[in-house]
Write a protein that binds this ligand. Structure first.
Ligand SMILES: [Zn+2]
Length: 433
């Protein structure tokens, strides 16, 4: 594989511009003299732009993405969204799932994402159709994107008899993780136990959709944290949504946040869906429906965020763009300080990578050269300016190039004397990324 030298890049935690050399698909050297001795190397002059490890979508639904044109109207609650999607699932075919999944993967790729954990629905409606499609895509995209496939029982395990056997089959076929969604079953703790039992049997990590409501009175997350420790699963459990935790006063949240930190259970915020479906029963002073990002982070919990759903009943918008979703999190989570916004950038990169157990991820020598070059000088700038992802680099190879060009065709504003500041000519300017 050809080597690549990225010259004059800024790193997320670095200060001045530096250079980065890629050899054999991995980062070989970082520093001002990187690549000095390398011969025959293709080089990109980055002009001081931000180079980051590629984005990680730690929680994404490929199989039910891009369904807006089949829905009769917007969903009013989580339950309605699940019901509307279950009805549509009956007509899914393998080709249909593959076509929409690939369209979404290309959207993600365009926005600098090279790592995706995909929840594939496993239930008596679809059987293993969606899971097999996801496994097929994992192979097809190997070498370009890293896909992890979660066997995900969206319709429940107790509520949809036959699902446990299907989950077992899914894990036998090579699913990377087992999913769970305790809030759709009558016995949420029993659901959690079944999921951990399967996880242990197949030696895979666990990824729950959990406590997705505005009501903090019935929580499953404390039990998940307890099981994670008891099962020896510290660091291998993730909970997505966790919005109910946002309804807890600080003194009740504190012990739960500590338990999550102790069991090293990561929390994945899904801001687009959480903000869209949260607070639907409130007639006024509508709640935000977001997990308490800042308080969880203060307690030492690994917090990440992801797109979750794109253009379906759960989230009728979205572009699989981590910067766009990050901006929703900044507003929804009141994350205004520069350090908070820098942390948001880390939540779609290093923290997300940690949540789903990626190895060799980062900018250290030896890490895989899966990178994104942004038209920004630092993570704050990237999020606030919604920077273009100039280059997406997979295994040291440029796989996507984006350009954003603006031309103004306007006259300057007149001053008080009726004369224009530059003599009345039109102004044309452009910015190229
Ligand atoms: Zn989800």
């Amino acid at each position: 594989m050809a080597d690549l030298l990225l010259r004059s890049v800024r790193l997320p935690e670095g200060s001045g511009p530096t250079d980065l050399l890629v050899q054999d698909g991995r980062i070989a050297e970082v520093g001002d003299r990187a690549g000095e001795t390398a011969a025959d190397v293709e080089s990109v002059v980055a002009g001081g732009r931000l180079l980051s490890p590629a984005f990680v979508e730690a929680h994404l639904h490929l199989d039910k993405a891009l369904l807006l044109d089949r829905l009769t109207g917007p969903a009013d609650s989580v339950e309605e969204a699940i019901g509307a999607t279950a009805a549509l699932k009956r007509s899914f075919t393998r080709e249909d799932i593959l076509e929409r999944s690939e369209r979404l993967l290309r959207m993600a790729l365009r926005h600098g994402t090279l790592f995706v954990r995909a929840h594939a629905e496993v239930d008596p409606i679809l059987g293993l159709l969606a899971l097999e499609a996801a496994l097929e895509l994992r192979e097809r995209y190997a070498g370009l994107m890293t896909l992890q496939v979660v066997a995900f029982p969206q319709e429940g395990i107790q509520a949809a008899p036959g699902t446990e056997g299907l989950l077992r089959e899914a894990l036998g076929l090579g699913a990377d993780a087992i999913g769970g969604v305790p809030y759709v079953d009558p016995d949420p703790r029993g659901h959690v136990d079944t999921v951990f039992g399967l996880a242990r049997k197949f030696g895979v990590p666990v990824d729950f959709h959990a406590d997705f409501s505005d009501d903090p009175s019935r929580l499953t997350i404390p039990y998940i944290a307890e099981r994670a420790l008891a099962e020896g699963y510290a660091g291998r459990v993730v909970v997505g949504h966790a919005t109910s935790l946002g309804g807890l006063p600080p003194e009740r949240l504190a012990p739960i946040a500590e338990a999550l930190a102790r069991a090293d259970v990561s929390v994945i915020i899904l801001p687009a869906t959480d903000l869209y479906l949260g607070g639907r029963r409130d007639s006024h002073n509508v709640r935000r429906g977001l997990a308490p990002v800042a308080r969880l982070r203060q307690a030492g919990v690994n917090v990440a965020y992801a797109s979750n759903n794109v253009r379906n009943a759960f989230t009728p918008f979205g572009n699989a763009d981590p910067l766009e979703v990050g901006l929703l999190l900044i507003a929804g989570g009141h994350l205004a300080a520069r350090a908070d916004i820098e942390a948001v950038f880390a939540m779609a990169t290093v923290h997300a990578a940690r949540a789903i157990g990626l190895t060799d991820y980062g900018l250290e020598p030896g890490c895989r050269a899966d990178l994104v070059l942004l038209d920004a000088v630092d993570p704050w700038d990237a999020l606030v300016s919604q920077a273009e992802k100039s280059l997406v680099i997979a295994g040291g190879r440029v796989v996507v190039e984006n350009r954003r060009t603006t031309e103004y065709h306007v006259r300057p504003v007149s001053n008080a004397h009726g004369a224009t500041s530059r003599g009345g000519g039109s102004v044309a300017g452009s910015r190229q990324g």
